[in-house]
Design a protein around this ligand. Sequence first.
Ligand SMILES: NC(=O)c1ccc[n+]([C@@H]2O[C@H](COP(=O)([O-])OP(=O)(O)OC[C@H]3O[C@@H](n4cnc5c(N)ncnc54)[C@H](O)[C@@H]3O)[C@@H](O)[C@H]2O)c1
Length: 270
Amino acid sequence: MKIENTVAVVTGAASGIGNAVVRRLVAGGVSAVGMVDLTDGISGAAQQVNVDAGRDVAVAFQGNVTDSAFRAKVFADMAGRGVVRICVPAAGILRDAMAVKVDRETGTTELYDEDLFRQVLEVNLMHPTYWTMEMIAGIARDRAQKGIGRWTAQEEFQGSAVLIGSVACRGNRGQVSYSSAKSGLNAAAKTLNIEGAYHGVQVKAIHPGFVATPMVEQLPDGLFEEHLRKMVLIDRKIEPAEIADAIVAMMENPIVSGPVWADGGFPPFA
Ligand SMILES: NC(=O)c1ccc[n+]([C@@H]2O[C@H](COP(=O)([O-])OP(=O)(O)OC[C@H]3O[C@@H](n4cnc5c(N)ncnc54)[C@H](O)[C@@H]3O)[C@@H](O)[C@H]2O)c1
């Protein structure tokens, strides 16, 4: 899929991986990118991208990715700049706790909070799936209006999305909701990839390891440096720009169907 002169939507774009993806897409020559985030920092982030790029390429949207009316508005607004053909739904949250907590003194037990589980599934699994579906729908409508049917390999690719999973998709202590959501992204990406092929759209999943972003700063003090670092082959955290490079490479290369591990070798011998 060609990046240059396309219109993109990136969620979680105020921070970390989402922000790095925006910058990589802009460097790759996208004509416009919708930058979506819950925080009001998104306006300043978009302004900074435009200043750094020296062109009016980024448009800020502040809202919750789980709000379907907000999602529809973002895509409708961006459609004014052209059909949205790239989607990287990077917004994500951690709400870590043990699945079953046992009080050692009383022997009583507490299950992981159900509302938190729903929230994590909504943000980390449903949102990336629906934002990608919204992109596919826009491409499908455009093709229908032009009277074009099933996509063939003689045409250019029409769209690309990369869903951001995690190494935690293999299951991880203290991450019953996050791991479940990230694991679900494999099936969502595969399904949308199969269905999207009719319209010339590829959907892939990437599974990063420990990336130097505010999300990883939420880990308990010293956990990475003292315990996890020795299990990472590259002996450091991954930079967000490295994940952004991998995402764009996956989009540009049609033979990569995903899922791709981008974990710096974690664990190195598994
Ligand atoms: N950092 C890592 O080590 C790591 C590893 C594997 C996967 N990931 C995944 O990469 C993605 C990006 O993570 P990051 O490390 O850049 O995190 P981050 O916390 O730096 O950025 C996430 C952004 O998403 C936004 N966001 C959260 N909930 C939102 C909502 N409901 N609506 C709109 N915006 C919302 C936040 O405001 C924030 O700006 C996430 O899906 C995360 O699960 C991160």
